[in-house]
Design a protein around this ligand. Structure first.
Ligand SMILES: Nc1ncnc2c1ncn2[C@@H]1O[C@H](COP(=O)(O)OP(=O)(O)OP(=O)(O)O)[C@@H](O)[C@H]1O
Ligand SMILES: Cc1ncc(C[n+]2csc(CCOP(=O)(O)O)c2C)c(N)n1
Ligand SMILES: [Mg+2]
Ligand SMILES: [Mg+2]
Ligand SMILES: [Mg+2]
Length: 335
């Protein structure tokens, strides 16, 4: 049975404690109130997950849905170089969703909230006819002038990415298709990369310390994210196929698929960006000290906004066709 009473449900999901001292009013009034820190700018973002589009009962447990919905928003704050702090949740619940599963969604969110020290300060609860829809709005902060923008790439920059690419899409493929008999550990690794992304807040904070970097998080795949950087910075970007970081587990799957997932699969929630050669060396050292993998995958050139994938001596245009809610298609074009 779905929830019996809207207000009882809201009481049940109220956090037992808050992390941030700046919070004046959390859940319980018409709106939340917090005091911003001096010398910081506020960052705010929102992302929605829809049953049937972002998850199915088959691909995600309720706990994972809650965890991921908060994690993908934390990833957007990480992509600005910021610190995530407060979040609000709007949930539209169809009657076929049971209270126990809804509680699990909030447990998953609370787990991510605990890991990244963010406070649930409000939201909205409504009914809906068909599919569950959950929207998180997250507020963060960054030192004044330190937000890293998509428009900051410059010719001569190094293109970098954190972690490995394509694991989430590979995990989703394994969940939806009964093929490729992988060893259990590799299967579980790829599936967990899909269900429990790890937003790169620490890496974002390290990147926010360099003089200038362009930055984006990977929700739709690097083809899409790099085109956003190229467009907003008015530069040309070249990435090298053989430099793309791939996990050991994904490398057990067919080669063509590996690159398709790495380039257009999306939902990696790693960071991709550009910075000067000097800053990249500094960045790389600091990331290594923190145990964060960061890899150079290409270079930035002058030219009309475009992205190319280079393999040996052949350059192919990479079009902005990663995950697009309203278009599906091939990401490769010709020059
Ligand atoms: N419906 C909307 N109304 C107003 N602004 C929007 C709307 N949808 C997106 N935006 C804004 O457009 C910009 C790009 O949003 P987009 O959702 O593509 O980025 P993202 O959240 O990083 O990616 P993704 O949603 O794939 O994770 C952001 O500034 C976002 O706030
Ligand atoms: C069942 C199922 N089918 C397909 C996908 C893949 N998918 C959905 S949305 C998205 C981009 C990121 O979302 P957004 O752009 O809204 O942030 C991707 C790669 C999935 N997760 N589950
Ligand atoms: Mg978005
Ligand atoms: Mg983003
Ligand atoms: Mg998207």
């Amino acid at each position: 049975m779905s929830i019996q009473d809207e207000f009882e449900f809201i009481r049940s999901i109220r956090p037992a404690h808050y992390f941030h001292e700046g919070l004046v009013v959390g859940i319980g009034d018409d709106a939340a109130v917090y005091t911003p820190n001096k010398g910081f700018q506020q960052i705010v973002c929102t992302d929605t997950m829809v049953e049937g589009v972002h998850f199915l009962r088959k691909t995600m447990e309720p706990f994972d849905i809650g965890f991921k919905c908060l994690a993908v928003n934390i990833s957007d704050i990480a992509a600005m170089g910021g610190i995530p702090k407060y979040f609000l949740v709007s949930i539209a619940i169809p009657s076929r969703w049971h209270e126990k599963d809804l509680q699990s969604i909030y447990k998953g969110m609370a787990d991510a909230a605990e890991k990244y020290k963010v406070d649930l300060i409000g939201g909205d609860t409504v009914s809906i006819a068909d599919h569950l829809v959950i929207t998180v709005t997250l507020i963060g902060e960054v030192e004044r002038g330190k937000a890293q923008l998509r428009s900051s790439a410059r010719p001569g920059d190094v293109v970098f990415v954190t972690g490995t690419l394509g694991d989430s899409a590979a995990g989703l493929h394994l969940l939806l298709n009964d093929e490729f008999n992988l060893p259990e550990d590799d299967y579980q690794y790829l599936v967990s990369r899909h269900r429990r992304p790890k937003p790169q807040v620490k890496a974002g904070r390290i990147i926010s310390e360099v003089d200038r970097a362009s930055l984006n998080d990977i929700s739709d795949g690097i083809a899409s994210e790099l085109n956003e950087i190229a467009d907003m910075s008015n530069v040309q970007i070249v990435v090298h196929k053989d430099l793309l970081p791939l996990s050991d587990s994904i490398q057990l799957l067919p080669l063509e698929k590996q690159f398709e997932w790495a380039i257009t699969g999306g939902e990696d929630f790693e960071l991709v960006g550009t910075t000067s050669k000097h800053s990249f060396e500094v960045l790389k050292k600091k990331c290594e000290q923190e145990g964060i993998r960061i890899t150079k995958i290409g270079e930035v050139f002058e030219g009309s906004p475009s992205v190319y994938l280079q393999e040996k001596n052949i350059r192919k245009r990479l079009l902005s066709k990663g995950y697009n809610h309203f278009k599906k298609g091939d990401s490769f074009g010709s020059i």
